[in-house]
Design a protein around this ligand. Structure first.
Ligand code: SF4
Length: 425
């Protein structure tokens, strides 16, 4: 294996709290070797596996190497999850016997030149709430996992483009990442920090970097970051007046994007004609954006699209901390562009990442409204973030041409900062 350093998200804590959530919502893909190893564990009804419950679903490899996913119970839980929400494989044979995918979660490892950076998935509620041991104390475990999953040629992988056709070296790409992280750190409301980052990213999008590199790039980034800090007002009312409301034309792409985040994509049968018809009807209703919102997951109560548009009050302070940590972990962990995000360039990936903010606030408003409230709690936002981040970078739909076009449309309309401010009130 090539030598690489492992950079950990030192602002984050995490330990598993056995909520079983990940075992109910993720597809666990396993190799042929893992399949054979689990099969040899000889699971029977005496172990509590329900009668007639298949353990594996074959995914492919009719001719070459085979691969599989663990089967799901009718309620969407993994075949090995018991009634107490615990893993039967872990209980009987220990942590090491579980599939690698289960041992990696919620961590994610991404190439970053001579190092590999670690990020976390906020679909895990313990990650969202920062519960457990500091990640920096888990270095030995994470190095062990990295040795198993990081490919030999990781230090030779090229960096993502900054924008289409604009290539820079890894050290220069890290300069952009460091500048983003610095903009997102600090005590100001997260919406202000996101708007500053969007402001200087827009300048980067209009610039060429064939002659600006190394120390000169750092100077340039310092200059535009300072300008953005001075230019973006810190008063939300003033910002809302300056920017205006999100455009009507941007409403449909934004709702469709939120509709994707709201979906539950466990392994219920989504291939039948009835299910496809239901999905199509939901798409049409999210496009129209009036009347009742289709209930795409059990956690959402009845609400109309219109009811989510009024002011819901300021974002709770604890939620500000969650958002700041989320964006910094994703940025430092390179979890928004390149290999971690459908091969998308840095700037477009950052626009997508920023859109998580208004999307989460929209979902949080839906959770609150469905519960009969008209203001947001930290729990609403934490739950909405876990729902949204389940998909971000993982749902294949987010890497499609149609989804990317929606993000680009919102960027071109200037709606991304407007949406951030509009749903912050
Ligand atoms: S194998 Fe165990 S840890 Fe992995 S998803 Fe199934 S129940 Fe959860």
């Amino acid at each position: 294996m090539s030598r690489f350093g492992l950079e950990l998200p030192t602002i984050q804590n995490w330990s598993c709290h056995n909520c079983g959530g990940c075992c109910k919502q993720h597809g666990i893909y396993i190799t042929d070797e893992e399949h054979d190893r689990i099969e040899k564990q000889n699971w029977t009804e005496q172990d509590g596996i329900p009668a007639g419950q298949p353990l594996f679903v074959r995914m492919g490899g009719l001719i070459g190497k085979r691969w599989w996913r663990l089967a799901h119970q009718p309620d969407g839980s993994c075949a090995f999850l018991d009634e107490k929400g615990l893993c039967r494989i872990h209980g009987k044979f220990g942590e090491e016997a579980k599939p690698l995918a289960c041992r990696i979660y919620p961590y994610a490892f991404h190439p970053a030149g001579k190092k590999v950076v670690v990020s976390l998935r906020f679909s895990c509620p313990s990650v969202v709430k920062n519960l457990g041991r500091p990640v920096k104390q888990q270095s030995a475990d994470l190095k062990g996992i990295a040795r198993q999953i990081v490919p030999d040629n990781v230090t030779e992988l090229p960096p993502p483009m900054v924008s289409p056709g604009t290539n820079v070296t890894w050290p220069d790409l890290q300069r952009f990442v460091a500048a983003l992280d610095e903009t997102l750190a600090g005590e100001d409301p997260v919406v202000i920090k996101l708007l500053r980052a969007l402001a200087w990213m827009k300048l980067v999008e209009q610039s060429r970097f064939d002659k600006i590199e190394g120390g000169r790039l750092t100077e340039y980034l310092n200059l535009i970051c300072t300008a953005a800090e001075e230019d973006v007002p810190t008063d939300l009312t003033e910002l809302a007046d300056t920017l205006g409301e999100p455009s009507r034309i941007g409403g449909a792409p934004f709702r469709l994007l939120v509709g994707h985040y709201a979906r539950k994509d466990t392994y219920a049968d989504e291939t039948g004609l009835g299910e496809r018809w239901r999905l199509l009807r939901n798409v049409l209703r999210f496009t129209r954006g009036t009347g009742e919102i289709p209930l795409v997951q059990d956690c959402f109560g009845p609400a109309t699209f219109e009811s989510l548009q009024g002011p819901f009050g300021p974002i709770p302070q604890d939620a500000e901390e969650i958002f700041t940590r989320y964006f910094r972990v994703k940025v430092r962990g390179m979890h928004f562009c390149g290999r971690a995000y459908y091969g998308i360039p840095l700037i477009e990936g950052f626009y997508s990442l920023v859109l998580v903010y208004p999307a989460v606030l929209w979902l949080a408003r839906w959770l609150a409204t469905g519960d009969g409230r008209d203001s947001l709690t930290t729990d609403d936002i934490a739950q909405a973030l876990a729902i949204a981040d389940h998909h971000h970078g993982y749902s294949p739909a987010f890497g499609t041409w149609g989804f990317r076009r929606r993000v680009r449309t919102l960027a071109q309309l200037g709606d991304i900062p407007r949406l951030c401010v509009y749903y912050s009130r």
